[in-house]
Design a binder for this molecule. Structure first.
Ligand SMILES: C[S@@+](CC[C@H](N)C(=O)[O-])C[C@H]1O[C@@H](n2cnc3c(N)ncnc32)[C@H](O)[C@@H]1O
Length: 192
């Protein structure tokens, strides 16, 4: 099967099984960031079924990607195999908050549980070197992050934690951070 058909099938599978994957505007921006900054190595938190990892590998990156859900990890494994990208993508079945590595990466793509962005960054910041990037999607969380309307308790907690990440990364002067109103909102930080 051609790559574009395989990709269409992954998107369809994600839709049918309610698996969240990166949306097109954010993916395009992620791939543009990779290209413009000559990013070669990526650590991704949250593989899901491998959609973003496969796209980054097709853009030339070596990707390490961590997923804690076994079914999703297995599906990602099959998808990576179908694209013959086993040499470019290393899949890790583990809770990212328990995993550890001493490898260095050009980009940390944090796309796991949104409430844990700070914890993920703290867990892996030693894997970054000056010039490395941190990419966090869904900063606006469906326009709810800075919306004053009344939210359910869970959503309220989640948006509070996303705001906390925004404040945290803004005040961390070891990073230069830019926010982009692309898709669901992106924070892109560069380690100085
Ligand atoms: C938004 S999806 C990832 C989408 C994927 N990056 C893509 O665009 O194709 C988030 C994934 O992170 C996983 N996840 C959440 N918290 C995690 C953790 N602590 N460790 C590993 N995986 C985690 C979830 O199981 C889910 O599959």
């Amino acid at each position: 099967m051609a790559d574009f058909e395989l990709m269409k099938n992954i998107i369809l599978y994600a839709e049918e099984n309610a698996i969240p994957i990166i949306q097109k505007p954010a993916l395009d921006f992620l791939l543009k960031t990779i290209k413009e900054n000559n990013i070669k190595t990526v650590l991704e938190i949250g593989t899901a079924i491998g959609y973003s990892a496969i796209n980054m590998a097709l853009a030339g990156c070596d990707v390490y990607s961590i997923e804690r859900d076994f079914e999703r990890y297995s599906t990602a494994f099959d998808n990576v195999k179908n694209f013959n990208l086993e040499k470019k993508i290393t899949l890790i079945f583990q809770d990212a908050l328990l995993y550890n590595t001493s490898k260095q990466f050009d980009l940390l793509f944090i796309d796991g549980a949104k409430a844990q962005n700070i914890a993920f960054l703290e867990q892996y910041r030693h894997c970054l070197k000056p010039g490395s990037f941190v990419f966090v999607d869904n900063i606006n969380f469906h326009d709810l992050t800075y919306n004053k309307c009344k939210l359910s308790r869970d959503l309220n907690q989640l948006t509070r934690k996303i705001r906390r990440y925004v404040d945290y990364i803004k005040q961390d002067t070891t990073f230069e951070t830019q926010f982009f109103d692309i898709g669901d909102g992106i924070a892109l930080s560069k380690l100085l």
